[in-house]
Design a protein around this ligand. Structure first.
Ligand code: MSP
Length: 647
């Protein structure tokens, strides 16, 4: 990040099939990194695209009984539509069938051929069709392809070779002397290990009688270019190599080629030697991330476990999907995708922590300050923890970005969100409002809003849609969709008089599959069943004391209560439980006026999973007795402090 430009690339994806979560992950990661650099005011160029030549695409076309060109044109839109849906902000999308790319590939081939860097030779070796790669006998693992473990074919044919072996020592030294070139470190070691074995020359052609879907060699019409020799060039053809020197100089060398660990050798051995041979500087970093597994399994069509990113975005929302992928994977390692993990993280981080803070703060600014922020009061001792957690998150996010530890940066921001919730609970603004302490109330709401301003900026690259909505509600106007790191690093950015708007639930809680099942017996059919069975049916289920003991019951004191506008059944309560204040939504509006509840001792289930009702988070449940329409809250028989255990 010490450079003044940031050029980031994704691999270009094969158009043999529709995109899956692996493609979505790399592209979202690149998008998040690009967006963070824009927040830092670093001129950024983000390139993605499609790899349209080669055997995979030709095979897919044959299977679909269409031409390779049609296969490309049909599939490329699926990638483009997905990127649009996922909010990807690439500056350029390159297709290797475009003329601007093919010209450069031909130019490089001719140049290398003219200088003897490419030569013709009879080849005999093992070829893996799906991987489109040649292997020597030594490379094979148990006689199978070392990459995909499938059967290999013996081939004898004339081909063209790039003198890659001539660069072996140079490459070894370059990688040894430049720890940032391949990241993370264990991938650097993997390439170094590979380079300590003899390096062969690279076969860069395919005879047309075997494969004709590719860029024809400029010096032999009987051959097309090996798809990798063609594809890697996209990183420079797209930014004007050989055509627009000024543009090329502006962006090259790339700051980061993001790749999956499966394509390490092509990017850290083939590509640097190709660049060296044409006299072009190496990219600063090739970063190889791990794989998304489904549970413990590799994702594959045959296992039928391929995760469709479009479906995830449709079911859970684009931002939540982006958030999960970024927060869950430690860059460089594999990660397991399960819907259960997704729902758990969503509910914990987004519904409970961030969503809750946003809804509490915005609602109170509306209700108690008429939606207008006061003059910025200087933070004092009470704000110390909050301000330092939030500003520390700004610093951490910046340094974790440089280290490509995005998950850690996000964890720091969530820690700041939790500090925001703690501050709110500790300062009890609802109490201040009741007491009419306007100055203290304004101060708490200002600092809570300020916390939201900064964390929403920090999370904007990950969740641009939701964070823009939150920032718009915070009255940030133009800056809502264009946060800047510089503005986040200083406390007090919200101007006095800022109009704060209302916002629906940002992240409504998702019911986990297990809860849905648990709910089932409460449905109509269960009601019918128990009615038929008579009152004794109620006794059918018995629970042991150890099961009953799992329910945590505490005494609480209602400190604030109001109606929920859209519902005539629900009240929103703030309940003090020992040192804690919980927001609880209770279906008691028919039986109690809000004001009549203030100061009452109630019994609260405190370990129920939080839920959102009418867009309001509820963290707990009150116990009540009911018969028909009549309902009375459970309370205690005499004085006892809030937070007392009930058993
Ligand atoms: N066309 C080549 C790349 C050429 S780059 C000059 C290629 N394409 S691909 O369509 O197979 O997609 C490759 C990339 O998709 C992988 O490198 C990786 O980034 C991503 N992933 C594919 N499956 C993946 C997972 N299961 N998990 C994470 N990413 C993986 O290879």
């Amino acid at each position: 990040m010490e450079r003044n430009t940031f050029y980031i690339t994704t691999p270009i994806y094969y158009v043999n099939d529709k995109p899956h979560i692996g493609h979505a992950y790399t592209t979202i990661l690149a998008d998040v990194l690009a967006r963070y650099h824009r927040l830092l005011d670093v001129p950024t160029h983000f390139l993605t695209g499609t790899d349209e030549h080669g055997q995979k695409v030709q095979r897919a076309a044959e299977q679909h009984r269409i031409t390779p060109r049609q296969q490309c044109d049909r599939t490329v839109v699926r990638f483009q539509q997905l990127w649009e849906r996922l909010g990807i902000t690439h500056d350029d999308f390159i297709r290797t069938t475009e003329e601007r790319h093919q010209v450069v590939v031909r130019q490089i081939l001719q140049d290398l051929y003219d200088r003897g860097e490419i030569y013709a030779a009879e080849y005999e070796g093992w070829y893996c069709v799906p991987c489109e790669r040649f292997f020597t006998q030594r490379d094979l693992r148990d006689g199978l392809c070392p990459e995909c473990s499938r059967a290999v074919e013996r081939l004898f044919e004339k081909n063209y070779f790039f003198r890659m072996s001539a660069y072996q020592d140079w490459l070894l030294q370059t990688i040894e002397g430049n720890p940032d070139f391949i990241r993370p470190e264990h991938r650097r070691q993997e390439t170094l290990g590979f380079l300590r074995q003899p390096l062969n020359d690279l076969c860069i052609s395919r005879p047309k009688n075997r494969l004709n879907w590719g860029i024809e060699l400029p010096f032999d019409q009987e051959y097309v270019t090996y798809v990798w020799f063609d594809a890697l060039v996209n990183y420079i053809s797209a930014i004007g190599y050989g055509a627009d020197p000024e543009r090329f100089e502006r962006w090259w060398p790339a700051s980061c080629h993001l790749i999956g660990k499966d394509i390490l050798t092509t990017h850290t051995v083939y590509w640097p030697t190709m660049l060296k041979a044409i006299g072009v500087a190496l990219p600063r970093t090739v970063f190889a991330h791990g794989w998304w597994l489904v549970g413990r399994d590799k994702m594959s069509k045959s296992l039928g476990n391929v995760v469709n990113p479009m479906e995830m975005a449709d079911t859970y929302g684009v931002d939540a999907f982006r958030y999960f992928l970024m927060a869950e994977m430690t860059l460089g390692q594999d990660a397991a995708f399960t819907e259960e993990a997704f729902v758990n993280r969503y509910n914990a981080d987004l519904a409970n922590d961030l969503g809750n803070l946003a809804s509490r703060v915005l609602t109170m600014v509306q209700r108690s300050l008429g939606g207008t922020l006061p003059e910025a009061p200087a933070p004092a001792a009470a704000e110390e923890e909050l301000v330092s957690a939030v500003l520390a998150a700004v610093g951490h996010m910046q340094s974790y970005l440089t280290q490509m530890q995005l998950d850690r940066g996000i964890a720091e921001v969530l820690a700041a969100v939790r500090a925001g919730n703690r501050y709110f609970d500790r300062m009890k603004p609802w109490k201040l409002a009741k007491q009419g302490d306007g100055a203290a109330l304004a101060r708490v709401l200002y600092h809570s809003s300020e916390c939201l301003r900064i964390v929403s900026g920090l999370l904007f690259p990950v969740m641009p849609g939701k964070m823009t909505a939150l920032r718009q509600a915070l009255g940030l106007g133009e800056a809502a969709a264009r946060p800047r790191f510089a503005a986040m690093a200083a406390w007090g950015g919200l101007a006095a008089g800022t109009r704060v708007g209302a916002l629906g639930p940002l992240f409504p809680r998702i019911a986990a599959a297990s809860e849905t099942l648990a709910e089932a017996p409460r449905g109509k059919s269960a009601a019918k069943a128990s009615a038929k069975a008579g009152p004794e049916a109620e006794n059918l289920v018995t629970v042991g004391i150890e099961d009953f003991a799992k329910v945590r019951l505490r005494t609480g004191v209602v400190v604030d209560a109001c109606r929920i506008e859209e519902s005539d059944r629900l009240l929103k309560l703030q309940v003090e439980i020992g040192a804690d204040i919980r927001q609880i939504v209770a279906g008691i509006a028919g039986a109690y006026d809000p004001d009549s509840l203030l100061g009452r001792t109630v019994i609260v289930v405190t370990n129920l999973e939080p839920a959102v009702l009418f867009g309001v988070e509820s963290d707990g449940m009150l116990l009540a007795a009911r018969k028909g329409r009549k309902m009375r809250l459970l309370t205690v028989d005499g004085e006892i402090p809030s937070g007392a255990a009930v058993s």
